[in-house]
Design a protein around this ligand. Structure first.
Ligand SMILES: [Zn+2]
Length: 315
């Protein structure tokens, strides 16, 4: 594999981890840098291929090879997460600017907007999702990528990266842009799958002789320590790292038994009818239910958690 250069440490020595089917695109290899342990899909898909992937089908698919079966089913939990983030913003300062990168239909931003006085911005590459965010939720959402958007440097107080970093072609360049767009002292929040767990079902299936479909098109697999080193190298100070979903992580690792995945099918008409419902009265019970299912695990168990939540500050 002489042609690959590690985007983080520039090492040229890699091991092959497994092969995956990148959700309807094609079969690819996953490689890991022998020096810094960064793992990613090789070759990476082109921008055009990715653009084709994140069409409406990614959010509302009846084909299990694509992203979400029904993105609207996430509305309530996304809204509640927004409410929790709004509380954190209010505690920090009364006014500010928050950007959600890859905001999809804007459900999280909706939760933030409704519970604090911060100015909310979104950016999203799916034209279909942007249209819903603008017309149905009245949000200020830009179509495109962060790198190409005309936001000034030192502009945002908070940038949210929910399940984004594992999808971008060049996470180092992307995080450098995030750093530039943040005001001094500004904070970035990252929610990323724990690469150590995320890749394991694919490795296990590959060892059994078949190539599993990666429905979410994750291009990178960040182990907690690797991602923290990357953030520090860019200039961030790590404020908080939390691991969530210990049970799911242990299932990935094969310590708990994993049930066969069932793909729920839905149709577009049914999903669209759900968007008309403007139920904003999400009760406390749901919020506590959400919190209880996302209790942070002890720090030493972090490497077994399915998902990582990281707060880092521009210094
Ligand atoms: Zn490396």
């Amino acid at each position: 594999m002489k042609s690959i250069i590690c985007p983080f440490c520039e090492n040229t020595d890699f091991i092959s981890v497994c092969r995956i089917n990148l959700g309807g695109l094609s079969e690819r290899e996953v490689v890991r840098c022998t020096n810094c342990r960064l793992a990613f899909v090789n070759p990476l898909p082109t921008e055009d291929e990715l653009q084709r992937f994140y069409v409406q089908q990614y959010f509302l698919s009846d084909d299990p090879r694509w992203g979400f079966c029904n993105y609207f089913a996430n509305r309530k939990s996304q809204y509640l997460q927004g409410r929790i983030i709004a509380r954190r913003l209010r505690r920090w300062k009364p006014h500010g600017r928050v950007l959600d990168v890859g905001c999809a239909t804007g459900f999280l931003l909706e939760g933030i907007r409704d519970h604090c006085t911060w100015e909310v911005f979104g950016i999203e590459i799916s034209e279909w999702a942007v249209k819903i965010a603008r017309t149905q939720l009245g949000l200020n959402v830009t179509l495109g990528t962060l790198e190409k958007a005309e936001f000034p440097d030192n502009f945002f107080d908070i940038i949210l990266l929910n399940d984004i970093l594992e999808h971008v072609r060049d996470p180092l360049q992307f995080l450098t842009t995030v750093y530039a767009r943040l005001a001094s002292g500004g904070k970035v929040f990252l929610r990323v799958p724990n690469g150590r767990c995320d890749i394991l079902p694919f490795v296990q299936d590959y060892q059994k002789g078949y190539v599993r479909v990666q429905t979410q098109a994750h291009l990178y697999y960040f182990e907690p320590e690797v991602l923290q080193r990357i953030l520090i190298a860019i200039g961030f100070r790590i404020d908080q790292v939390t691991g969530y979903g210990l049970k799911a992580g242990l299932k990935d690792l094969g310590i708990l038994r994993r049930k066969t995945q069932v793909f729920e099918k839905t149709n577009l008409q049914q999903a669209q009818s759900e968007t008309i419902i403007s139920d904003k009265k999400h009760g406390l019970l749901e919020e506590w239910g959400y919190r209880l299912t996302h209790l942070p695990v002890l720090p030493f168990l972090r490497s077994f958690a399915h998902e990582l939540h990281i707060w880092a500050q521009k210094i």
